[in-house]
Write a protein that binds this ligand. Structure first.
Ligand SMILES: [Zn+2]
Length: 92
């Protein structure tokens, strides 16, 4: 998993609910609400969540945009690989 804070690939240890379960129970298994984090980043995020409502909202929006960015990058690479494979078949 890519660590955005340190700009390197690190082992992800846990999954964080961007919108917390106590805030919206229906989002507990929504993959658009789950993000893998290292222990230290997870701790940091909860510190920001606990600071005040505005900081929490900002942090949640940031996490949502990071998650979207990651999915777009990952999915576009995946689609390209699929297209290359199909392109290769046409040569036969
Ligand atoms: Zn968490």
């Amino acid at each position: 998993m890519y660590c955005y804070r340190n700009k390197k690939i690190v082992q992800a240890y846990l999954v964080h609910h961007i919108i917390e379960i106590k805030q919206d129970y229906s989002k507990r298994i929504d993959t658009g609400n789950l993000i893998y984090l290292t222990n230290s980043n997870h701790q940091r995020i909860h510190e920001l969540y606990n600071k005040d409502k505005q900081t929490k909202d900002q942090t949640q929006r940031l996490l949502q945009s990071l998650l979207l960015k990651f999915k777009q990058e990952y999915c576009s690479n995946f689609n390209r690989t699929l297209n290359d494979g199909i392109g290769g078949f046409k040569k036969f």
